[in-house]
Design a protein around this ligand. Sequence first.
Ligand SMILES: [Zn+2]
Length: 383
Amino acid sequence: MVFYLRSMLFSSIPGQTPLAKKLKGNIQRGKIPHAQLFVGAEGSSALAMAIAYAQYAMCANPGDDSCGECPSCKQFTSLQHPDLHFAFPVAKTKDSSDKPTSEEFLASWRTLISDNPFPLYIEWLSHIGVENKQAQLSVYQAVKISQALQLKSYAGGMKVLILWMPEKLNTAAANKLLKLIEEPEGRTAILMVTHHEESVLGTIRSRCQVVNVPPSNSQALAQFLDSYNDSQVPSTLLATMAHGEPGQAFHLMKDAEWIKDDVTRFVKWVRASFQRKVDLMLEWSDSASGLGRERLKSFLHFSLDAFEQALTYNYGAHQDNPFQVADVDFKFDKFAPFVHSGNIVEIHEKINRAIYEIERNLNPKIVLLDLTFEVAKALNAKH
Ligand SMILES: [Zn+2]
């Protein structure tokens, strides 16, 4: 899976038309707040929207979208516009200086964002080879950012700073940025992109206008994923499991084999429970208990999603079988009606309790067998 950013147009981001319209309206009316905080879940379109917004603001011939052709748009394509500044958390690596700055990691940043403009934090860490470290936006970096933005704009127009993950600024670093945020030099727009709004320091948050970036609707995301999805897992399933966040879907795509295992395991489980075949229920619990704690928890989370899918399927939310994974024979439309308002709450509670018990190191074989009997009872309950 490679996204290959050509030009970050609003239209290339799935399912964000209403927000794009609002942002374009700001620019058309010449009313760009000088500090904005884009808020979206990890893997959301928040960063991509901020880039598209900056590109549109600096485009020489903006129409309904950036033109994609003018010199400014061309520079955006390679993320090398001289008035586009990036700041993001970094950590010391064997090749970096002692006081690493975003500047040093800019080439890595560009390759990551060009491939996938919806990166997870962990993907960025692994991209720069520091999976086991914490990255941060240091005081030193904050000083460097302020200095860079005090310079005149190269093109004589506006300057934009896109700061990814302000939740990684500590108090001292945040304080260094306050002046910049309050009285930026010339026409400067500061676009911060957070995935954990509650962790952004109040001093920063209170000075920014918040832009909420919602998840994409599953259909728009599934359609978008279709161009990149070469896994055996259907895009509709990826979109749902990712809760509408494209970066999460890309991340899941890399684990497609696991998802296929989960679907297969889930099908076996509901079949055995539904038919109340005790030998099959025992066999299933036995085999699933060998998964290992983390993997088992992830399967149980998958099951929570799957039952929820069945419920929404009954309300006509999906036309297709979202579980249509290669080689798995499962009649979702036959199964779905057995999940309803009379048992979904109980099923959820039981699965959540099992997750809790597994986290506390209870014997997984017993936890799963117990859960299987509970689910069997709930599935067979009359509507
Ligand atoms: Zn343009």
